[in-house]
Structures are given as C-alpha cells and as structure tokens.
Design a protein around this ligand. Structure first.
Ligand SMILES: Nc1ncnc2c1ncn2[C@@H]1O[C@H](COP(=O)(O)OP(=O)(O)OP(=O)(O)O)[C@@H](O)[C@H]1O
Ligand SMILES: [Mg+2]
Length: 343
C-alpha cells in the first residue's frame, strides 16, 4: 500500500498509437508495474483510445506524466553570456524572442545551461543554453484533454527529452560498465515524426524533430504499388514474401530521412568537435524492413536496436511479457516519461 502513492504512469500519446507504462518503486529501484498500448483508429477516437489504454493497463494510479511534440514546440541551443541561473531565467524571455516564430507572451518557456567548457564557441564569457518554448495553447489543450479522460497530469514534458531520459534509465540499471562520456545519437522513428536526441553522459546536446516517418513510408508503398493507404499500411508491416518489393518502395524516403539525420550528426560534430560514437533506434518504424541497413550505409556506423526497459525489473504478475517483447521498441518515450517518477 505504501508503495502505491509513489507510482506514476508514463503516457505517450503518439499520433498513431497510445503507449502507457506504470512505474512503481521497490526501495530505490524503479519497477514496471503495468503496460498497455492501442492504436488510434481515427483523430476523433483519440480520447477513447487513451481511456481504453488506461483501462487495459489496469493501473493503480491516475497520476500521469505526458509530453507534447510537434511544430508548436521549439528547441534551440543558443550562446549566451555566462550568468547565474536566476539571471538566466530573467534574461531568457528577451533571448527567446529572437528564436521563436510566435509571440513570447503566448509561450511557456524553459531553459537549461549546458556546462561544456570544451564545446566549440564556449568561452569564459559565454555558455550554451538549451531554450524550450511551447505554445501555451498546446499545453492548455493537452491538459484539458487529460482531465477529460480522467487522469491527473503531473508533468508535461517533450518527446525528445523523454527519449534521453529513457536512455539514462537504461544505463542506470545496465549490468555493463558503459563509457559515460560516449556520444550517443538516439533516434525514435514514429508515424508522423522522427525524434533525434544526441546525448553525452546524461546531458542532451542536440535535439530535433524531422517530419518524415512511418506515414511517409506507407504513402510511398501506396503510391508505388497503387493500393490504398490502409492496404499499404498492412503490407508495410507484414510484407512477408513481398519484403523486397516493399523495401524498394520505401528506399527513397528512407534515404531522405537518413540524410536528414546525418545532417544533425554533422551539426553536432561541428558545434562540439566530437564524433557521434553510437546510434540507437527505437519507435514503431524502427522495425521497418531494411531501415537499419539503409541507415548504416548512410551514417557509416553500426545502428543498434534497443529496449528502454531491458534493464528495469518487470512485475510479471502485472505485465504481459509477450506484449512487452513484441512492442518494447515502441515504449522508449513512455519509459522516459515514467522515469521522471524520481522528480
Ligand atoms: N513492423 C513494422 N514495420 C514497419 N513499420 C511499423 C511496424 N510496426 C509499426 N510500424 C509503424 O510504426 C508507427 C507507429 O510507431 P510509434 O508508436 O512509435 O508512433 P507514434 O508514437 O504513434 O508516432 P509519432 O511519435 O510520430 O507521433 C506506425 O507508422 C506504424 O506503421
Ligand atoms: Mg512517438
């Protein structure tokens, strides 16, 4: 009973599937205490799908941590004069005005200094700061929707930061000793967008959303084979004997996406004078046949699949292990959201 108060649900409301994960605590350790996933069949069905996921998960708490994403979320890395945190929080409103394409008054702002004195551009006088601006309307809308479905939002985060937190959780419980200083590119390929987060240690140094992902692969299959979207979606996921044909259809789109991601690596490498050491992919579309090989060809690096929950203890009485095994790659964002159970 005592542990219950501490549990929280990481709720990832994707554009195509809703993923939810309940995290509880056993002493200091996080445990997975429930899990559910469902497809959003139409835009109108969003709320009903969230309710269904909450029902299916049979969660013991209504407290959720969710995220927003998309074009109303602006993330920028900016150089600012070195100053105290207090001054930074005052200065950021004026600074933000230069970088965000909408009125500062209409946004919720947050910022975080990146302490990396070795970074290119860093000096005694300057520091790099991550600036996050989210349209207030998006947060209000999101909040209202969550209340409407009967959950209590504790934190509203951003998808790409959740991805970074998931990786931190994965490393926290890793039985292997990892090189903490390695630079890792996390790439989550969903339905509507691909999230990129380049982390070193537990700090995120670059994040970006690219609006190329699963829906675009489905479109390519539909166009090339002259079949409707629903048929193309089924064929893309279960291509069986037609795998080679599907791979050929999606190749140009995959190349476009791979090249966009590679540009982000270049940007990071130029800014920080460090190479991206490793690449980890997640998200439903990471399962696309041929995606890993295309990316390996473009990046010139090995591309690793990862499971954000691999090192976390799972309560087998509460979690369907088969479901988890089949969908683990889709739970990275939900895991990162739930990982904020520790504050
Ligand atoms: N085996 C598979 N092969 C190829 N694509 C797949 C496979 N399984 C799922 N997908 C695709 O993964 C996508 C759903 O993944 P995910 O749940 O990560 O997206 P989402 O979080 O809803 O989207 P977004 O983050 O873009 O809003 C869909 O586009 C689906 O077609
Ligand atoms: Mg997603």
């Amino acid at each position: 009973m005592l542990g219950r108060k501490k549990s929280v649900v990481g709720l990832d409301i994707g554009s195509s599937e809703v993923k939810a994960l309940e995290f509880g605590k056993q002493g200091d350790r996080i445990v997975v205490a429930g899990l559910a996933i469902a497809k959003i069949e139409s835009k109108d069905a969003m709320k009903e799908t969230i309710r269904e996921v909450i029902r299916m998960g049979n969660f013991k708490t209504k407290r959720v941590i969710t995220a927003v994403s998309g074009r109303s979320v602006i993330m920028r890395y900016v150089n600012m004069l070195r100053m105290s945190d207090e001054d930074l929080h005052n200065a950021i409103r004026y600074e933000a005005d230069k970088y965000i394409p909408f009125e500062v008054e209409e946004t919720v702002l947050d910022c975080q200094r990146l302490e990396d004195p070795e970074a290119a551009g860093a000096s005694d006088k300057e520091m790099k700061v991550l600036l996050v601006a989210v349209k207030r309307a998006l947060i209000d809308e999101h909040y209202a929707m969550l209340q409407d479905v009967g959950v209590t939002p504790l934190i509203i985060d951003v998808d790409s930061f959740a991805l970074g937190n998931a990786f931190e959780l994965h490393n926290r419980y890793s039985p292997k000793v990892e090189d903490a200083d390695r630079v890792v590119a996390l790439i989550d390929i969903g339905a509507n967008k691909t999230n990129i987060n380049i982390v070193r240690g537990n700090t995120s140094y670059f994040t970006r959303e690219v609006y190329l992902a699963g829906n675009d692969f489905t479109d390519s299959v539909s166009r090339r084979l002259k079949i409707d979207i629903a048929q193309a979606e089924v064929l893309k996921i279960n291509s069986g004997e037609r795998a080679a044909e599907v791979e050929e259809c999606v190749l140009p789109t995959l190349d476009d996406l791979g090249n966009e991601i590679h540009l982000s690596f270049d940007y990071y490498e130029n800014q920080f004078d460090r190479e991206v050491d490793e690449v980890y992919i997640s998200g439903g579309s990471s399962m696309l046949a041929g995606l890993d090989h295309s990316f390996e060809r473009i990046f010139g690096r090995k591309v690793n699949f990862w499971n954000a929950l691999e090192n976390v203890e799972i309560r087998s009485d509460r979690v369907d292990q088969n479901l988890l095994q089949a969908k683990a790659h889709q739970f990275a964002v939900a895991a990162g959201l739930g990982a904020r159970i520790d504050g």
